[in-house]
Design a protein around this ligand. Structure first.
Ligand code: SF4
Ligand code: SF4
Length: 317
């Protein structure tokens, strides 16, 4: 697996990274043994870069996979915290749960347009933790073009983790939809400014796996993207991604998506109702929190609801 240095950080990561979210309680809910086995498999295949988050509750899988091994994993975690104390406690939770004195990368999780000011105290906490040597690099994860572009000018920001896919699923610019071209331009700007840039949701939350090779081609041809963070829930998915980037995939191959289903990520859903309006099968309902959920017994997995979701909450796995 080829490796890249993330911007000016001196942190060397595999070109393919593993998003750990799918194995955890918010998605596949694998047992500790099952989930850590997937992480261990990624390590064995040369993947050293792992994306997790306080919200994902996936630290135990990573800790278990690394236990008793000599693998040197680069961990990128993040928190939705807004205050200084909340961010500090998120950093501490990560350090303790992963048995690490120093976390490689810690991000402000999902910064939206105008969010940064309201979460400035959490950013201060990240800066202070970095100054104390508790974190090596800091930055943001975002679905927004304008946030990504702003990070090119942010002196303290070391790395940026933006959403990008060829269909533009989930890309936002202010309160409106953004385009893939706009996001790519912002990512390029970050790269030129010396930031490490790694890509999120290149398959649009699984909705583009039916067009697997085109989805990957769209990002792998851009040199300014240092690494692709792909959510893996099964060993075969790891094999597929590595085969593609190593040029070993038959040109007519596409992964079997027949057993996949749609879910709505509750942390990102804004309860706007656009998906519900799109669903002819009446498979989407509001839960007690006022957020959308899918009734699997009615869902035809037609996928019509996913593209209209402004927050990329509808995922297919
Ligand atoms: S995939 Fe189709 S049937 Fe299922 S919830 Fe979305 S629109 Fe409705
Ligand atoms: S379209 Fe997206 S944000 Fe809006 S209710 Fe549906 S899942 Fe939630």
């Amino acid at each position: 697996m080829k490796k890249r240095i993330l911007g000016k950080t001196n942190i060397e990561v595999s070109y393919i990274g593993m998003g750990v979210l799918p194995i955890g309680p918010n998605q596949l809910c694998l047992t500790l043994e099952e989930g850590s086995e997937v992480v261990r498999y990624a390590l064995e295949k040369g993947i050293n870069f792992f994306d997790t988050a306080q919200y994902y509750k996936t630290y135990p899988y990573i800790a278990q996979a690394l236990k008793g091994t000599n693998y040197e994993a680069v961990i990128s975690s993040k928190s939705l915290a807004a205050s200084y104390d909340e961010m500090n406690s998120a950093i501490e939770e990560c350090r303790k749960s992963l048995n690490r004195d120093v976390i490689d990368i810690f991000l402000m999780h999902e910064i939206r347009t105008g969010d940064f000011e309201g979460r400035a105290a959490a950013w201060d906490a990240l800066n202070d933790a970095k100054a104390k040597g508790l974190i090596k690099a800091i930055g943001v994860s975002t679905h927004n073009v304008d946030v990504t572009e702003d990070m090119a000018y942010c002196r303290e920001c070391d790395v940026v983790f933006p959403l990008i896919n060829y269909a533009g699923l989930g890309i936002r610019k202010g309160a409106a939809a953004g385009t893939p071209e706009e996001m790519l331009a912002a990512m390029h700007k970050c790269h030129k400014a010396g930031k490490g840039v790694y890509a999120m949701k290149v398959f649009g939350g699984g909705n583009l796996t039916v067009d697997y090779q085109n989805a990957l081609e769209f990002v792998t041809c851009r040199d300014y993207i240092d690494s692709l963070m792909i959510g893996f829930g099964k060993k075969g998915e790891i094999d597929d991604a590595i085969a593609y980037v190593e040029g070993r995939m038959a040109s007519d191959y596409n992964p079997d998506t027949s057993k996949k289903r749609l879910i709505i990520e509750q942390a990102n859903c804004e309860g706007c109702g656009r998906c519900k309006a799109m669903c002819q099968s009446e498979a989407i309902f509001y839960n007690l929190n006022g957020l959308a959920e899918i009734d699997q017994s009615k869902c035809l997995t037609c996928g019509y609801c996913a593209p209209v979701c402004p927050s990329r909450s509808i995922i297919f796995y």
